[in-house]
Design a protein around this ligand. Structure first.
Ligand code: 2RA
Length: 352
């Protein structure tokens, strides 16, 4: 019999994409149970062409569940993923609660699929969408040339925040639309957008970029920047990888972009790197800058691959490539990778 899957957080931004993805993937699941907060219980959502009623999160909701995906805030996962595991489910968690726990593998199927089986707590973590958006590409290059140093600037879409991000961006864009003098005087955009106390962002996003993603962690660092460092090291299995990241929120609805400056142990040419990336099944090289061909969020949103372009040799840094990477933060960056991990676990049920 096919394993039973629970989707916890089915009504959120990632949960919504998850249901869409589950409807299009090979059908490895028996029952798919939808779980959300008591507030959302009773809603009916479509998955695999059928309407399924959302049930409230409770310990009993996990009875008979083989794999439980969590797309909920950190504190909800911290409490409930262990409950699901204690009731016999394998929890695949997309929050930050367990990613750095040494007893919890942090898995990107393109990089470290074998680690799904090393789960003493019954929990497998899915990486942060910013890190994840570049992992398929960097994993392939690391295998070929040995990654040593990573300097990254992110251009992060607002849906990384959950549904409140796009809502706020659309509101702000509506407020500034049509005013052809805005953005010319300091503070004019701030005055034009709705009150920032109601915003999930610390500054206007319309006509702006904001160098603050995640929560402030002290010593100048925001959580997203530390996650890029810690999670890249863990996924790639390079504990001493040198990483420095600057994470920036941009007025894009969905799809994170990253400017990546990657230094390798061995010499690497652009031609070879392109061939390595081309050969990676889930990476698409879009790299003909002379003819305007490079990845942009507007062109890649809603698709599964990791896109790489602007691949070039850093002029003053040996063994170093600069490149621009785009990935849909709700798909490969979140729901798709979680689904892929869950499918690896589901494969263990075959023949049982
Ligand atoms: C973001 N990386 O973009 C995140 C959190 N999922 O906000």
């Amino acid at each position: 019999t096919k394993p039973t899957l629970a989707v916890v957080g089915a009504t959120g931004a990632v949960g919504t994409v998850m249901l869409e993805i589950l409807s299009g993937r090979p059908d490895v699941w028996g029952e798919i149970r939808l779980i959300a907060s008591a507030r959302s219980a009773g809603r009916r959502l479509r998955v695999r062409g059928e309407e399924v009623e959302v049930i409230a999160l409770s310990p009993e909701a996990f009875d008979g569940v083989d794999v439980a995906m969590f797309d909920v805030p950190d504190e909800v996962s911290a409490e409930w993923a262990p409950i699901a595991a204690s009731r016999g489910a394998v929890a695949v968690d997309n929050s930050g609660a367990f990613r750095m726990d040494p007893q919890v593998p942090l898995v990107v199927p393109e990089c470290n699929p074998e680690q799904v089986r090393e789960r003493p707590r019954g929990i497998i973590a899915n990486p942060n969408c910013t890190t994840l958006s570049m992992m398929a590409a960097l994993g392939a290059l690391h295998r070929a040339y040995g990654l040593r140093e990573l300097v990254v600037a992110s251009y992060q879409a607002v849906s990384g925040m959950g549904v409140s991000g796009p809502e706020r961006l659309y509101d702000e864009v509506e407020a500034v639309a049509g005013n052809r003098t805005l953005g010319t005087v300091a503070g004019d955009v701030r005055k034009a957008v709705p009150d920032l106390v109601d915003s999930p962002f610390p500054a206007p996003l319309a006509f702006n970029v904001v160098p603050a993603a995640g929560s402030y962690k002290g010593d100048g660092w925001f959580s997203e920047e530390l996650k890029v460092r810690n999670e890249s090291r863990k996924i790639l299995g390079i504990p001493d990888l040198k990483v420095s990241a600057t994470c920036v929120r941009v007025p894009v609805v969905t799809t994170h972009s990253l400017a990546v400056h990657a230094t390798f142990e061995r010499p690497v040419t652009v031609e070879e790197a392109r061939a390595v990336l081309d050969a990676a099944p889930t990476v698409v090289v879009l790299d003909d800058p002379e003819n305007g061909v490079f990845p942009t969020p507007a062109d890649v949103v809603g698709t599964d691959p990791t896109y790489v372009g602007r691949i070039r040799q850093a002029l003053d840094f040996p063994n170093t490539l600069d490149m621009f990477v785009c990935g849909d933060n709700l798909r490969k960056g979140a729901a798709l990778n979680t689904a892929e991990i869950a499918e690896l676990v589901a494969a263990e049920f075959q023949g049982r």
